[in-house]
Unconditional design. Structure first.
Length: 417
């Protein structure tokens, strides 16, 4: 694990979280799940925690990344092999020795991983579990640790230079960009950088992508570009995994994991700055029970942020990066809908002749995914994804991917059939 940690840039602004998690895991046996919005640094923090606890766990610290394999069967096989390689060892006096397993990028929908994990904990009570997940999932009465974005510098005329430079998000941007120092910075430039950091929500991943652009564009132009879309927040480095090659890619993967109806509701809500439960029900146009169900889902999966007003009533909003992404999805749907109408003469209604898997593939094609991205999202081999796309085209009598997208937009009810 040391080589893995050494290859990563230093972590900034997480001293309190590192101390809290390390103390909690070292002193107890209950599983800990680190959750939080996309890009807040869950994996990086978990690695730092696990590395710092190696001496506490004489059996060692073991890592399994659920995102390391796109094929679900391959992922399950690798995890089962890891579990089988670690029977409960004893110390010299015959007492069980403690061990720590870090499961990164866990998805509660992956029933195979969950089943093996349950069996592993049942037979090994001296195994501690640290999990990262984009969803607030409770594992075996363990605790959920909600990781927040990095604290931001204050805005407004009363904000001081000392507060600006002390903010962890400022420190991270300064360290990664190397483009500004304490001496010689004007108040106007501090204001521009503060606005930029607020638009980035203090998310370490977004700041990492923005840092090299700050050197090239400057704070104000970069701020304007990000306001117009998050597509600019990407990495040109070949060493960055596809999952984190851009802010949009990271958010896209999280979005695609939602059920179809939840995506539609998310896009509806994206047109509003802030809303209450009652306001969300009106926007969604669903019954109270269904509206509450989807709101809970979006909150638990960190698409929405919850707060309380002066009368302690819950209110909901988006992080800026998420809101921009959701509004981009709304614009894409509008464009695709227009294309579908203009091409009405090309398409005719088809009966619901797709299998459930083929419906999934058709919708991912409509979302603009490549065959490789479809295979990654569904956890299947790329050649299997290719065959699914070909079969969808044959069954729908489509000659192109855009015709599949047209069919999806004109027949949403058949995706749920």
């Amino acid at each position: 694990m040391k080589k893995l940690i050494d290859a990563l840039p230093p972590m900034i602004g997480r001293e309190r979280e590192l101390d809290e998690l390390s103390h909690g895991i070292a002193s107890g046996k209950d599983p800990t799940v680190i959750t939080g919005p996309v890009g807040c640094g869950k994996s990086r923090l978990a690695l730092a925690v696990a590395y710092g606890l190696e001496e506490v766990f004489p059996r060692g610290v073991h890592l399994f990344d659920c995102a390391s394999a796109t094929d679900s069967e391959e992922r399950l096989r690798a995890f089962a092999e890891l579990a089988d390689r670690h029977p409960v060892p004893l110390s010299a006096d015959g007492a069980p020795r403690r061990g720590l397993l870090l499961i990164d990028n866990y998805d509660s929908a992956d029933q195979g991983i969950t089943r093996v994990m349950t069996g592993l904990l049942a037979r090994d009570p001296n195994l501690s579990l640290l999990v990262t997940s984009r969803e607030a999932v409770s594992l075996y009465q363990g605790r959920i640790y909600e990781l927040q974005p990095l604290p931001l510098p204050p805005k407004g005329p009363g904000a001081t230079a000392e507060e600006f430079f002390a903010a962890p998000s400022t420190r991270l941007l300064a360290q990664r960009s190397g483009s500004f120092r304490v001496s010689g910075m004007t108040a106007e430039y501090r204001t521009a950088v503060t606005e930029l950091l607020h638009d980035l929500d203090g998310l370490p991943l977004a700041i990492e992508f923005a840092a090299p652009l700050l050197r090239i564009l400057g704070a104000e132009p970069l701020h304007r570009r990000i306001r117009n879309g998050i597509g600019i927040l990407s990495s040109g480095s070949g060493s960055v995994s596809l999952r984190h090659s851009s802010m949009r890619e990271a958010l896209e993967g999280h979005y695609r994991a939602l059920p179809v109806e939840a995506r539609r509701i998310l896009v509806q809500l994206g047109g509003h700055e802030e809303f209450t439960f009652d306001g969300a029900r009106e926007i969604i146009g669903e019954s109270s029970e269904r509206a509450d169900h989807f709101l809970r889902m979006l909150i638990e999966r960190n698409f929405l942020r919850a707060s309380h007003d002066s009368q302690n009533r819950p209110r909901f909003t988006f992080l800026n990066t998420m809101r921009t992404f959701v509004r981009e999805k709304a614009a894409e749907r509008s464009v695709r809908g227009g294309v579908a109408l203009r091409r009405d003469s090309m398409m005719r209604d088809h009966p619901s002749i797709l299998t459930p898997r083929q419906r999934q593939v058709a919708e991912l094609v409509a979302d603009g995914l490549t065959n490789r991205e479809i295979s990654k999202h569904l956890g299947i081999a790329e050649w299997t994804a290719i065959n699914h796309v070909r079969e969808v085209m044959r069954r729908l009598q489509c000659s192109s991917r855009i015709q599949i997208a047209n069919w999806v937009n004109r027949n949403p009810e058949k995706l749920n059939g």
